[in-house]
Structures are given as C-alpha cells and as structure tokens.
Design a binder for this molecule. Structure first.
Ligand code: MLT
Length: 254
C-alpha cells in the first residue's frame, strides 16, 4: 500500500475537515514542550492537559482538586507568575507530578497539541522518544485493519516560523519510517525535512545548540534542558493525546 507522509513545518495551514482522515498524526515541539510532556509522563503524571492560553490553563487548574493538580508552562520561555513550574522538563519530577493532572500552557507546543481533535492516534514526539514513536507508527501502518494510509507530522515551530530542531526531528522520524516495509510517497515538505536531516545527521546536537531557540534558552540558563531535549531516546515513553489530555500508553520499548 502507498503511505503518504506529509509534514507541516509551521503551525499555520488550512485545515479542511478531511485533512486528517485515515491519518496517524505526530506532533513535534522539541524545545521544550514535547520533551517536557515525555518527562512528566515518565515520572508518573496521570495526564498532561494542554491549554492554549494562560486563562484556560488557570480555569482548568481551578476545576481540579488541590491534591491532584499541577500547573506548568511558559511565556517567553519563563514561568508565568503563580504557576507551579515553568517549561523545564527537570521541574516535572516524580515528587512534583506523580499521580497528578499536569496542565501545561506553552507558546507553541500546547497549541499544536490541540489540533486534529478527532484523530485516533495523535502522538507527541521529540528526540527523547523518537525511537518508540517510530516503532509505534510502523506497527500501526502494518496493521491493515486500521486502514491508515497517511502520516501527518505537525511541527510547532517557533512563533509561527519554521524551527530547525522540529524540522530535523521530523526528518529523522521520516528516515526511521522509510526503513520499514511499505511504499512511501513524501510531500515536498517531508522530502525537504528528510534531506535536511540527512545533511545534518552526523552531528545534530552541535548544529541545533547554536540555532535560534536553543540560543535563547541558553542565554536564560537552560543548557541542561537543551542537552536533555536533544538527546535521542533518553525518555522512551509513548504520549498519546485523546480528546483533551495526553496520556502514556504501554508499548514495547526499543
Ligand atoms: C513552546 O511550546 O513554545 C516551547 O516549549 C517554549 C519553551 O522553550 O519553553
């Protein structure tokens, strides 16, 4: 069967109703929302609820009981006042989040996570869990009963623009998927992301550390976050978004 792989390198694109039919959707925000979601779930958070505004985040937080809620996120990469945590993955320790609903509002990532509401498989991906995400996608495509014939990759980008780290993560994911036994048709943007990945696969980290978003985070003292977010397969969890929240699902490890 022919499987189409399409990639949206920025978050603004026309979304006709049929766009996501028969699709597996993958959402990428390497720095740092995807990586934070993976860390929170791996440390036992019950779920992560993305919110696309501070007001909505605070409202959801207010509707939950004190013992089971945790409010995190950023604006301009910094924790909003009154929040429990910013968007640094290392703030999502098991002490802080185990058994809790984490409400997460971030500038770019949380917004992309709220797209494609009616899709069965919406997966949150970063470098930290890319191997497991790739294996999951390949296994779903192999199951003909699922009738999936498209993989749609949505990159959060950076303030509406393309971001290098999300594009390269998309390229690496495409590379992994292409190694499986199917006939694939790449859209131009998927082809571009894949070429970009191939051209830089020798040393992704060095290149990405000096690009826009990492440079900004580095100036703010978040070097440890950057190292973690760019480390491949360091947090092998599979976060799947349902109607309103992201939960970890069990899937064989790498
Ligand atoms: C975002 O979702 O915009 C990012 O995760 C921002 C950040 O690095 O904190």
């Amino acid at each position: 069967m022919n499987i189409h792989i399409d990639t949206f390198l920025t978050p603004f694109f026309p979304e006709p109703e049929s766009l996501f039919d028969n699709s597996i959707v993958v959402m990428i925000d390497v720095l740092r929302a995807s990586s934070t979601v993976a860390m929170a779930l791996s440390n036992g958070a019950k779920e992560v609820i993305p919110a696309d505004s501070l007001e909505k985040a605070v409202k959801i937080f207010g509707s939950l009981s004190r013992e089971v809620r945790f409010l995190g996120g950023e604006r301009n990469a910094v924790m909003p006042s009154g929040f429990d945590a910013g968007n640094s993955p290392f703030e999502y320790t098991s002490n802080n989040v185990a058994g809790k609903s984490v409400i997460l509002t971030t500038t770019n990532g949380a917004r992309i996570f709220l797209k494609a509401r009616n899709v069965k498989y919406k997966i949150i991906c970063g470098f930290v869990n890319i191997g497991l995400v790739s294996n999951f996608i390949i296994s779903k495509l192999a199951n003909v009963d699922e009738k999936l014939n498209k993989v749609q990759i949505l990159c959060a980008g950076n303030d509406g623009n393309l971001s290098y780290e999300d594009s390269l993560c998309a390229g690496m994911l495409i590379d992994n998927i292409l190694n499986s036994d199917n006939d694939y048709i790449l859209s131009d943007s998927s082809f571009a992301a894949h070429n970009l990945y191939e051209a830089n696969s020798g040393d992704l980290q060095t290149m990405l550390k000096v690009r826009e978003h990492a440079s900004k985070l580095s100036k703010l003292g978040f070097e440890k976050d950057i190292d973690y977010c760019l480390s491949i397969n360091s947090c092998p969890v599979l976060p799947i978004m349902d109607n309103s929240s992201i939960k970890k699902i069990d899937f064989p490890k790498l």
